[in-house]
Design a binder for this molecule. Structure first.
Ligand SMILES: C[S@@+](CC[C@H](N)C(=O)[O-])C[C@H]1O[C@@H](n2cnc3c(N)ncnc32)[C@H](O)[C@@H]1O
Length: 424
């Protein structure tokens, strides 16, 4: 049965005062049983690894990606350095984190003469530490590598969403992980550059020679681990140096909460929120001395009182999650953009293949549409209008990666799962 809507109802009431609108009345007594038996709709590739985003971020395809590294624009030297450590790095950050951080280090730290050494807190099997220790050595810097070598400490369930468990990333079969790392680094020509500390971060005593840091990689998954690391290193980071925090967008969310809590009180002297440079896929970089408030240089004619009043504006609107993000680092990585272009081409070709059934067609289209959306986001001029939704535009095309990376909990009730072990 239909009934008239009173003219005062709704936002449009004023302009359509006399008009009667017919609406269907909902019978609230006829309730439907909700039955969630459709666990996963079929329009996803069951083995998505050859398409976006896994052709760019998957551990399985590292080899192919590096084999064509030079056609993507990576130098032969960089490809060789990445090949060197490939089997001892986790994905992500490998390989795009390494590539993008390295270019920040060369362009913004080495070329700008920012003083300080390099460090990684949370080294896993140590490939990333070796990669950056070799870079440190080339420019006369030292490298500090810190890990429990026993895996993660206990998560704090009030700060870390349910995902990681104590002991994740410990080595298989009680192998001595520190010894494995020391053996692995032996022929890497960094013995005079690398200092290794085995401890939990809260107990870390940073050796005196590391009085300043220019580049620190924090990769430790949990709220307390990241917060403790920031407490230890941030005061030693030189102005213009940076801290990279991996796992920031991981659905466990501990690192993002640790960054928010730490920088709320300790980050910038003027209490300004940090500018977070996004690095695919999970990471952000914070450059010391650079906040989301972009100060206008004082003009010569200002009086002393107006000179004290700082003028400027924010880098862009606050993002949907309350942070301020920059996509400059990822948008200026040309090899990465070329890899995404290739991904679009291969998904497009696959979607045009004959004899695809409807589900396959939809699944490949989904990967193609995501690749195209990601590419157009990357190619959007970084100095054009910014939006609080930009972070959504970055995250959304990566949906398959976020979803699949929850795999260790899929099908498991509660915390009853095996720990993630490092295969040494
Ligand atoms: C994901 S793995 C690191 C991967 C590595 N950075 C890479 O690029 O391949 C995380 C590491 O952090 C270490 N870790 C996490 N929290 C820690 C803490 N509070 N103290 C010491 N080590 C910690 C774990 O032992 C583990 O080796």
């Amino acid at each position: 049965m239909a009934r008239p809507v009173p003219s005062s109802a709704g936002y449009g009431a004023k302009s359509s005062a006399a008009k009667e609108v017919q609406v269907r009345e909902v019978d609230v007594e006829r309730v439907e049983v909700i039955n969630e038996l459709y666990i996963q709709p079929p329009h996803r590739l069951s083995k998505p690894h050859q398409y976006f985003p896994f052709d760019i971020f998957s551990g399985r395809l590292h080899k192919q990606l590096l084999d064509r590294g030079e056609t993507l624009g990576l130098t032969p030297h960089l490809v060789e350095e990445l090949q060197y450590v490939r089997d001892h790095c986790m994905t992500p950050p490998f390989p795009w984190g390494q590539i993008i951080y390295r270019s920040f280090v060369l362009g913004n730290i080495i070329q700008q003469d920012i003083p300080g050494h390099f460090a990684e807190l949370g080294i896993g099997q140590g490939g990333t530490s070796i990669f950056f220790a070799r870079l440190a050595k080339m420019y006369g810097r030292k490298f500090l590598a810190v890990d429990s070598f026993e895996g993660l400490p206990e998560p704090d369930m009030t700060k870390d969403n349910h995902y990681f468990v104590q002991g994740d990333y410990r080595p298989k079969n009680e192998v001595d992980q520190l010894q494995c790392f020391m053996d692995y680094m032996k022929d890497k020509d960094i013995e005079d550059t690398l200092t290794v500390k085995k401890c939990f971060f809260k107990d870390l005593d940073i050796p005196d020679e590391f009085d300043k840091f220019a580049f620190v990689h924090l990769d430790s998954d949990l709220y307390d681990s990241v917060y403790d690391s920031l407490e230890k290193v941030w005061d030693r980071v030189a102005d213009g140096g940076c801290v990279a925090v991996d796992d920031f967008f991981h659905h466990a969310q501990g690192p993002a909460r640790a960054v928010a809590d730490f920088f709320r009180t300790r980050g910038n002297p003027n209490g300004e929120p940090p500018l977070l440079y996004v690095v695919p896929t999970y990471a952000i970089v914070i450059v010391k001395g650079r906040s989301a408030f972009i100060e206008r240089p004082p003009n010569g004619s200002s009086s002393s009182s107006s000179a004290q009043r700082r003028s400027g504006s924010m880098h862009g609107p606050r993002a949907l999650d309350g942070n301020y993000y920059s996509f400059k680092m990822v948008r200026s990585c040309q090899p990465f953009i070329r890899a995404v272009e290739e991904s679009v081409r291969s998904a497009t070709a696959a979607s045009q293949a004959p004899n695809l059934d409807e589900v396959q067609q939809q699944a490949i289209n989904r990967a193609r549409i995501n690749a195209e959306a990601f590419l157009s986001f990357l190619k959007y001029p970084d100095n054009a209008a910014r939006s609080g939704s930009d972070i959504l535009r970055y995250l959304w095309p990566l949906e398959d990666q976020w979803d699949i990376s929850q795999g260790t909990l899929n099908g498991m009730a509660g915390v009853a799962r095996n720990t993630i072990e490092i295969g040494i």
